[in-house]
Design a protein around this ligand. Structure first.
Ligand SMILES: Cc1cc2nc3c(=O)[nH]c(=O)nc-3n(C[C@H](O)[C@H](O)[C@H](O)COP(=O)(O)OP(=O)(O)OC[C@H]3O[C@@H](n4cnc5c(N)ncnc54)[C@H](O)[C@@H]3O)c2cc1C
Length: 571
């Protein structure tokens, strides 16, 4: 196998201080939730819960209960009830996440925010809008477009992902190169804390005190549930040009990325797609991409004032040609621009033409390292006998190798995840990061020990405990499970309290054991990912047969851990 390039730190980090305790039983809990929200917004039937058993990743686990509140106050009341029942709470937007962040890996209550989908106010004079967390990203831009404004962070999932979910993961997107990612466009938040209190952060320019808004953005639901977002509105650029540059190999395409930015030009977007990706996308969308299976494309968007944009476009075309582009085409009409972007934004949906399943890797490297890393990705994929396709935000150095596989093949998922981990290590060694935009969630938490030292992780864990001392919100996310003695502490901390274990026992009519801990159901369903719909929070992965287990990911059951004497958790 390819050599691991990065040092690995072992990091015994404890993130929780005390197990949850329960003062009300399940029946009382459900009764109170129904009284609060109405019976149609409290889901407890297995068939309903299955819809929420995964996000866009491989991990599946059933929540105990799903609730769909419509107001901030209702969210706060649900949180208080969950605390009383000793049940973890997992906030969820559209469930398009690609790191397992919205999956109830320890069971508990999923709070789906999709019914909170109102744009509360729009203030063009101050260029801001206040929205509910369940507003679909694209809907905000559509609402303000007639006034010449848009919301800049545009994940390729923007037709379905929610602004609350985008805040949870600090989402990026093709047009974040020039304007920055979600954190740069969130001016303030309304947040429900684990004790049910509601706080406001930011909201005024240069708000004094600590930057709590920045802290909550990207915290993946582990410290607070976002129930309101003040978004920055951007003025629509006067003019836009879109170029399609085609290259025979990866090196000149990568060099072009560095040369454009090195020349002091920051395009609105600078995306790369390789041959297999282009071929599948072209067959699906007729976007105008080369379909020979080997050509590499750069999609370059330039925007700004009309004056000077032609000159800038000519400069960029020259840079492409000098680096060795085979051709450079300027989209001649809005229809042509739309077609080029439809190909890129719908690209994941086209992957079903290549394989039944894919795993989408997400890492960042300095853009100068792109050729080296892309070659390494190919090398690892070959060693693990995996087909790949690449489509990514090249200007940001944000890689997205898609590892294609068929989950019905024995060991395919494990092989894919191992290959992905090798790629992650290589990105870190190249000076990069373990995630460019999808977050850490459940899936990448092991990689945190590659990227951070024990001291780094301990500082983060301390911050988390300040807001979430009982690990009520989204447990088992972001932080790696500890090792050695730390592992015992972690296992103890994450073990179900007796009352909660009771709740998790099979109920009459349950055909299979209820899940505790994730299992690999199947990979991302490669068909129609871009068709996903936010309302109801439908899961991307779909429904599968289960091999649920009551053991946690370490293969240890809560009963086994219960016997271990656990010292008080320290920092
Ligand atoms: C086809 C496709 C393309 C994608 N393209 C991109 C891309 O270009 N850029 C990118 O960044 N991502 C992309 N993603 C990943 C995903 O869409 C983003 O991570 C998105 O931000 C998730 O939003 P969501 O509403 O689906 O959140 P979910 O998946 O439901 O949740 C994501 C995380 O946020 C937390 N969360 C959700 N709502 C709240 C809340 N109100 N308060 C606190 N925490 C909350 C959850 O607990 C979870 O940890 C893509 C996914 C798909 C399927």
């Amino acid at each position: 196998m390819a050599t691991a390039l990065a040092p690995t730190f072992t990091a015994p980090v404890t993130t929780a201080t005390a197990p949850l305790t329960s003062t009300i039983d399940r029946t009382t809990l459900v009764r109170r939730l129904i009284a609060l929200l109405g019976p149609e917004y409290v889901l407890t039937q297995r068939g309903d819960l299955l819809v929420y058993d995964a996000d866009g990743t491989h991990e599946h686990a059933l929540p105990d209960i799903v609730v769909l509140p419509q107001t901030t106050q209702q969210v706060a009341e649900v949180v208080k009830l969950a605390g009383a029942a000793g049940m973890p709470v997992i906030p969820r937007g559209a469930g398009t996440g690609l790191a397992g962040g919205a999956t109830a890996v320890r069971g508990g209550i999923i709070i789906s925010l999709t019914r909170m989908n109102t744009i509360r106010s729009i203030d063009y004079a101050n260029r801001r809008a206040v929205v509910d967390p369940g507003v679909v990203n694209l809907h905000l831009s559509q609402a303000i477009m007639p006034h010449g404004y848009y919301y800049a962070p545009d994940p390729a999932s923007q037709k379905s992902s929610t602004i609350g979910g985008n805040v949870g993961t600090n989402a990026g997107g093709p047009h974040c190169l020039a304007n920055g990612v979600t954190v740069n466009h969130v001016l303030g938040l309304e947040v429900v804390l684990p004790d049910g209190r509601i706080i406001q952060t930011g909201g005024v320019p240069d708000a004094p005190g600590y930057d709590l808004t920045g802290m909550f953005v990207g915290s993946e639901g582990t410290m607070g549930i976002v129930t309101g977002v003040t978004c920055r509105l951007m003025h629509t650029p006067e003019t836009v040009r879109v170029l399609l540059a085609i290259f025979d190999t990866i090196e000149p395409a990568s060099a072009t990325v560095g040369n454009i930015i090195g020349a002091g030009i920051i395009p609105g977007a600078l995306e790369m797609m390789d041959g297999p990706g282009c071929k599948a996308v072209e067959a699906a969308y007729h976007a105008g991409y080369p379909d020979d299976g080997t050509s590499i494309i750069l999609l370059i968007e330039l925007d700004g004032l009309a004056e000077g944009l032609d000159e800038l476009t000519t400069r960029v075309i020259t840079i492409c040609n000098e680096a060795g582009a085979r051709s450079v085409r300027l989209a001649a009409s809005q229809a042509e621009r739309d077609a080029l972007w439809a190909g890129r934004k719908g690209a994941l949906g086209a992957m079903g033409r290549l394989a039944p399943n894919y795993y989408l890797q997400d890492s960042v490297v300095p853009r100068t390292k792109l050729p080296q890393i892309l070659n390494y990705v190919t090398q690892v994929a070959n060693e693990y006998k995996l087909q790949t396709a690449n489509m990514f935000h090249a200007g940001d150095g944000n890689l997205h190798p898609l590892l294609l596989f068929d989950r019905r093949e024995k060991g395919a998922i494990e092989r894919t995840l191992e290959a992905a981990m090798e790629m992650t290590r290589a990105c870190i060694a190249a000076g990069g990061a373990i995630s460019g935009e999808h977050g850490v969630g459940f899936e990448k938490r092991k990689a945190m020990t590659i990227a951070f030292t024990t001291e780094d992780l301990a500082a983060m864990a301390k911050l988390k405990r300040t807001f979430n001392p009982l690990d009520l919100f989204n447990p088992d996310k972001v932080f790696p499970a500890s090792q050695g003695c730390g592992e015992i502490r972690e296992l103890k901390a994450s073990a179900m309290p007796a009352a909660y274990a009771k709740i998790a026992e099979p109920r009459p009519g349950d055909p299979i054991p209820r899940a505790r801990g994730p299992h690999y159901g199947h990979g991302h369903d490669a068909h129609g990912m871009e068709e996903m719909n936010a309302p109801g929070g439908a899961s991307v992965g779909g429904v599968d047969e289960y091999s649920h287990t009551s053991a946690n990911e370490h293969g240890t059951t809560p009963a086994e851990i219960d016997d271990v004497a656990v010292p008080a958790a320290n920092d």
